[in-house]
Design a protein around this ligand. Structure first.
Ligand code: FEO
Length: 177
């Protein structure tokens, strides 16, 4: 049986992961609307990853005989001021997610729940990668600035998985992670 406060924190984190997934879906839709399909596919891939993170926590909670609560997922922002705006928001989202994982870790540490701490280690490592990936994208997009040709080239390169420092390529539907 898992401590109630840890159970509550993990449930909140499941919601956070699904909220991130929903946000990335909104960002993908925005990119698709403006015909930046490489960026859209990349964002759908982030959406898949967040869903997998939620699934992982969900399974962990069940394995510990915890109660899974599924409160509503907040509506994401759907209007953006451009490509850079999207990645600035996405980076903030990842930073918030890191803070949120850290909070779950702190609660688990408080109760000396070593199994939960061990399970959370994967998420801490993953957050380092996710923040880096988002920061790399933001840096590249900033570099392109308002040059539409550069953004289009970048869009193509992302679709082909040729952008250094970021995970490119198509949507991974096989699970991964
Ligand atoms: Fe699951 Fe990007 O945090």
């Amino acid at each position: 049986m898992i401590e109630t406060k840890i159970e509550k924190a993990i449930n909140k984190q499941i919601n956070q992961e699904l909220t991130a997934a929903y946000s990335y879906m909104a960002m993908a839709a925005y990119f698709a609307e403006i015909s930046l399909d490489g960026f859209a596919t990349w964002m759908l891939r982030q959406r898949e990853e967040e869903t997998q993170h939620a699934n992982r926590l969900y399974q962990y909670l069940l394995d510990r005989d915890g109660k899974v609560e599924l409160p509503p997922i907040a509506s994401p922002k759907t209007e953006f001021q451009g490509v850079q705006d999207v990645f600035e928001i996405a980076l903030k989202l990842e930073e918030n997610n890191t803070a949120s994982i850290n909070h779950v870790y702190q609660v688990a540490a408080q109760y000396k729940d070593y199994a939960t701490l061990s399970a959370l280690q994967w998420f801490l490592d993953e957050q380092v990668e996710e923040e880096k990936s988002m920061r790399d994208m933001l840096d590249i997009v900033k570099f392109a600035g308002t040059d539409k040709g550069a953004i289009l080239t970048l869009n193509q390169q992302i679709a082909q998985g040729n952008v250094p420092g970021v995970q490119g390529g198509g949507l991974n539907t096989n699970g991964g992670n």
